[in-house]
Design a binder for this molecule. Structure first.
Ligand SMILES: *Cc1c(COP(=O)(O)O)cnc(C)c1O
Length: 326
């Protein structure tokens, strides 16, 4: 089984942000891998394994220009001896987005900028039709990728058994492509744990994202032989604000709170999930809440490539970002 992570990732009590009867813990998936961590590392192992099993020479995927999934695929596919191609669409440009895009280019990923979703689908269909090409959906979120998070649920429950934290009443995660929340919910259901999942919608259109999440969670549960998911998965779109990648005031405040306990957040995913976490802690309904930290904390510097000529790369990446945003 291909795995690129170091498990279990640590859990820690955030004493300063716990309130009254509610204890707040963090699961450090920012440290799934020392070179590049985050939640996508758990999903890429089973996917690349499946690509090898199919005899692929290239993996093809899709994402926004600053996609952590494309970067994760670029880094780890290389070690598995696979080439990577990605169709990219625009998103609000931030320094983090541009730095991620630079790191993607430094991994040798071939990018195909799409000027609309229809254009993206056309590009995908054309490139997918070739033999030896293995397709990985956005965010690595199908039942194969989400298996990484079914396993993560077991990993967490073992940490509970070892006394590293009490069994959480609630796990809070952001939802982009849904594999993280769906896999966790299915894994928890399979183990008949008490823990529920609060999925914080950060992508658009929210109704579609949530529909995909529920559908994927059901497929994952069936695949692992878990019972019905019922109330296992609670979804909120209250923290989405202006949309995918748009900064929100609640997110900005959550970012400052997290900094106070040594945790760096990004505006797109983790700021919104952490804002939801803090709001839930304030409600005081649960005894133990676990915030699942999905953002890599590894510096991107070592991934940018010493040989890369910054002005040339910058010109290329501006062109890419512009063409994808059109
Ligand atoms: C991709 C991503 C998510 C969303 O996970 P999904 O499995 O796509 O729902 C959350 N946080 C970060 C930092 C991510 O890069």
């Amino acid at each position: 089984m291909l795995s690129f992570g170091t498990y279990p990732t640590p859990v820690r009590l955030l004493d300063g942000l716990s309130r009254g009867e509610t204890a707040l813990y963090i699961k450090h998936d920012d440290r799934t891998n020392p070179l590049y961590g985050g939640n996508k590392v758990r999903k890429i192992g089973p996917l690349l394994e499946d690509a090898k099993r199919h005899g692929a020479h290239t993996v093809l995927t899709i994402g926004a220009i600053g996609s952590h999934h494309i970067l994760t695929t670029g880094i780890f596919a290389k070690t598995a001896g696979l080439r990577v191609e990605a169709v990219v669409v625009g998103q609000p440009e931030t320094p983090h987005v541009l730095e991620t895009l630079r790191a993607v280019l430094a991994q040798g990923v071939r990018l195909f900028p799409a000027s609309s979703y229809a254009h993206a689908v056309a590009l995908l269909l054309a490139r997918r039709a070739r033999s030896g090409v293995y397709y990985i959906p956005a965010g690595g979120s199908n039942t194969i990728g989400a298996q990484g998070f079914v396993d993560a649920a077991s990993e967490l429950l073992e940490q509970v058994t070892r006394g590293e934290l009490p069994e959480p009443d609630l796990i809070v995660v952001p939802v982009g492509s849904g594999g993280t929340a769906a896999g966790l919910a299915a894994g928890l259901a399979k183990a008949s744990a008490r823990t529920r999942v609060l999925a914080v919608t950060v992508a658009e259109p929210a109704w579609f994202v949530e529909h995909q999440l529920h559908a994927l969670a059901r497929r994952c549960a069936r695949r692992v032989g878990a019972g019905a998911l019922r109330n296992r998965l609670e979804v909120t779109r209250e923290f989405l604000g202006g949309g995918y990648g748009h900064v929100t005031p609640e997110g900005a405040q959550a970012t400052r709170l997290a900094e106070g306990v040594g945790v760096q957040l990004d505006p797109t995913y983790t700021a919104k999930a952490f804002a939801a976490t803090c709001a839930r802690v304030a409600l005081g309904r649960e005894r133990t809440i676990l915030y699942w930290h999905t953002l890599s904390s590894a510096p991107l510097g070592p991934l940018l490539g010493a040989a890369a000529d910054p002005p040339a790369i910058d010109a290329k990446l501006r062109r890419l970002a512009r063409s994808a945003a059109r």
